[in-house]
Write a protein that binds this ligand. Structure first.
Ligand SMILES: [Zn+2]
Length: 170
């Protein structure tokens, strides 16, 4: 099977993913390993991508794979706590790679999840990791960055964004 990322318009990207139960442990492991190989493959191809969620490879299980400083699998992740303090940034997504979207995210969050061995874990994430996890957890609930577009003219084609950014450098 190739490394194909499901693209905007595919209904799986709008699905509510279901929690991984004990009986799904094998499937969750398969999904996690596919997520990892797919992320690394598309990252080589596109030059970006720090995280990927199950619907993006066609699975409706609550599994996320991220790689910021190190690879990490989160099963059934839940955001327990969100800072009132917000950050704004250009976000992108492997499922709609030609687009850049200006979004608002919580600066810090606390996430509860299970690891691949089923152990409970809690993660306090800030900055890059915080906005990344909010992005990936959104995927598990059928929410995409275009739904988070913040302010006027918040959805750009990457090509136009790069053209403008180049202009501002001069
Ligand atoms: Zn995404």
């Amino acid at each position: 099977m190739g490394h194909t990322v499901k693209l905007l318009g595919n209904p799986i990207l709008r699905a509510q993913c279901r929690p991984v139960h004990e009986s799904d442990a094998d499937s969750a492991r398969d999904v996690a390993s596919q997520l990892r190989s797919t992320l690394y493959a598309v990252r080589r191809e596109l030059g970006f991508g720090r995280g990927i969620a199950a619907p993006q490879i066609g699975s409706d299980l609550q599994v996320v794979f991220v790689h910021v400083d190190e690879p990490m699998v989160l099963i059934n992740p839940r955001i327990e706590d969100r800072s009132c303090d917000m950050i704004e940034l250009w976000d992108d997504c492997l499922s709609l790679a030609p687009l850049l979207v200006w979004v608002q995210r919580h600066r810090a969050i606390t996430v509860r999840y299970r690891d691949l061995e089923g152990r409970r874990a809690t993660l306090r994430a800030e900055g890059d990791m915080s906005e990344l996890l909010q992005h990936e957890i959104d995927h598990l609930h059928g929410t995409l960055i275009i739904d988070r577009a913040h302010g006027d003219n918040a959805i750009w084609l990457r090509e136009e964004w790069e053209y403008r950014a180049g202009e501002n450098d001069v």
